[in-house]
Design a protein around this ligand. Structure first.
Ligand SMILES: [Zn+2]
Length: 573
């Protein structure tokens, strides 16, 4: 069959191509991995008379889902074995559950073995901000690092402080990040923001994670099981390239990847030099973290948290945090844009708070003007936008700025946001899908792994219903149509990655990347969407992906070649 054509027939094909939204069959050219024909069964048979046929029966075929904002390598190493994933929605709803695991591991794990945990959520699990003293109570001798679920903080014990060689004093703060200190300058077992988190976690993970490539492959498999065929890495640094190349070289690799280089890396302005086709691995842009996370009180917000037991219990400052929560001054944001914009890179700034978004849009507007980019098809991005105000979306649209939104903030925190963290008029409408779509902004969705598991169908269900898993509805006026929600995981996500010419819809000439769904999403009950619509499998480049085969192949790769990838990127500043 190599080099020939294959006809795939499904009970329906939802193309996400406005010119022909529905089809019955598709002809795939297997050598190039592209789509040759889309149409009726008869027209496909006429176009490829001798081609074998693959009939998917009741399955409905869509373009493969696109995860517009993720951290797949890092997600694998921090959540998959031998690391421990302790997020509230993967079996640890309360701090007691985490503490029970801590005590068991201290007993069961060999003496001195370092341990990595990811997913602590102070709000949902109701625990004060840990420090070395709290963690020493569980782990008096072995080095331990606990990542906050937001990824914006890491907590570590005294054995880890010794392991880092920081016993005398914590080092100077990296750019856009800081280390927690006691009054005498010693580390208190806390680090904040990406560069700080990685400076702590890197050396510990290097000694704790034995086969980082396999850790990453396990996260790839999770994404593929969710129907994803293209992802991004929003924490890219050059040392990861060899890992992404090794994964992409496996025939059953389920994912293509677009890379966004961390702005703080010394070579972030350089083009990618990669031996694989750029349909598999592409460097797309530059990533910067303008503010922090609403779950730990570091988003730049114009409004205060409610003075509630939940907020107090998580140790979140009531606020308003305002501009003080920014990781960069306005001048530093301008300088970063002045460096990267003339080189043509797409910019992508993390920003959760409304004050943060005002400042980022001011910086974008200035840089677009100064560098002659205003009015061009630049597609500069802003990420998450949970706390954005309604009036900010028309400004995004006017500037041509794309919004990548995180339905996971509503899924997991929606019940707390509405009335516990914020008054209802703010909390219910947190993550404004409706306002963004109504303003004409190009919207993509993401799960931001490892902040939440990769679940495009749950994102879609949440966007069309504004219902959380508890059954509560928050801000029904921010619900969007199924058309818009599907687009945010397919064609509009492809636009966000500047890849709509090759992925995101099922159309002639595009790459043959598909997701098989168990039923037509337009026939599903919105409130039971995820129970009724399930992922049956994915295709990349006309090949039906064998995930077990992919995992077995990666496991067999000698871990020595990728040992350094256990260590998150070393920062240069
Ligand atoms: Zn992220």
């Amino acid at each position: 069959m190599l080099g020939g054509d294959l006809i795939i027939i499904a009970s329906a094909i939802i193309t996400m191509d406005d010119a022909a939204p529905r089809a019955e069959a598709v002809v795939v050219h297997t050598a190039s991995g592209t789509i040759a024909t889309v149409g009726s069964v008869a027209s496909c048979r006429a176009a490829a008379p001798s081609a074998p046929e693959c009939d998917l029966g009741e399955a409905v075929l869509l373009p493969g889902f696109i995860e517009a904002h993720s951290h797949p390598f890092l997600s694998g190493v921090v959540t998959q074995p031998p690391a421990y994933w302790i997020a509230p929605y993967v079996g640890y709803p309360a701090w007691d559950d985490v503490a029970t695991l801590f005590r068991r591991l201290q007993t069961d794990e060999p003496t001195g073995r370092p341990l990595i945990f990811n997913g602590l959520d102070r709000l949902l699990q109701q625990v004060v901000e840990p420090d070395n003293t709290l963690l020493d109570g569980f782990f008096p001798d072995r080095p331990v690092a606990v990542f906050d679920n937001s990824g914006h903080e890491v907590y570590f014990n005294s054995a880890a402080i010794d392991f880092l060689g920081w016993s005398a004093t914590a080092p100077a703060d990296p750019e856009g990040a800081r280390f927690g200190r006691n009054a005498d300058g010693t580390s208190n077992g806390r680090a904040y923001e990406t560069a700080g988190v990685m400076a702590v976690a890197g050396p510990l993970m290097a000694s704790a994670i034995g086969h980082p490539l396999f850790s990453a492959a396990q996260w790839y498999a999770l994404m593929a099981a969710g129907g994803i065929t293209t992802t991004t890495d929003m924490t890219y640094s050059t040392p990861y390239l060899v890992g992404y190349e090794a994964l992409a070289a496996v025939p059953d690799c389920p994912l293509r990847i677009s890379l966004y280089h961390m702005s703080t890396e010394a070579d972030a302005d350089q083009p990618l030099s990669c031996g694989l086709p750029d349909t598999m691995i592409r460097k797309q842009g530059i990533k910067l973290w303008a503010d922090g996370s609403p779950w730990v009180g570091t988003a730049a917000l114009s409004y205060s948290y409610l003075d509630s037991a939940v907020v107090r219990g998580a140790g979140i400052p009531i606020g308003p945090s305002g501009e003080a929560a920014m990781n960069y001054t306005r001048e530093q944001l301008d300088a970063a844009l002045d460096h990267f914009a003339p080189l043509g890179w797409q910019m992508s700034f993390h920003v959760n708070g409304d004050v943060g978004l005002d400042i980022v849009l001011d910086a974008y507007e200035r840089a677009l003007r100064v560098h002659g980019v205003t009015g061009t098809d630049h597609r500069w991005r802003v990420e998450h936008l949970g706390g954005a105000r309604s009036d900010q979306f028309p400004r995004l649209a006017a500037l041509g700025v794309f919004a990548s939104l995180g339905p996971f903030q509503v899924i997991y925190w929606g019940d707390l946001l509405d009335g516990e963290l914020f008054p209802t008029e703010i909390g219910a409408e947190w993550m404004r899908f409706g306002d963004a779509v109504d303003a004409g902004v190009c919207v993509s969705f993401h799960n931001d792994g490892s902040v939440s598991p990769p679940t495009p169908l749950l994102n879609i269900q949440t966007a069309i219903t504004r219902r959380t898993p508890s059954g509560m509805v928050h801000g029904s006026n921010q619900a969007i149509s199924l058309d818009a929600a599907l687009a945010a995981q397919t064609i509009d996500a492809a636009r966000t990655l500047h890849r709509d010419h090759e992925i995101g819809s099922i159309a002639e000439g595009k790459l043959a990347d598909f997701v098989e769904l168990s039923m037509d999403p337009y026939r599903a009950e919105p409130t039971a969407f995820c129970e009724q619509v399930q992922v049956g499998g994915t295709w990349r480049g006309g090949r039906r992906i064998d995930l077990a085969g992919f995992l077995a192949e990666v496991r067999a790769i000698d871990p020595a070649a990728h040992a350094h990838l256990a260590r998150p990127a070393q920062q240069c500043h």
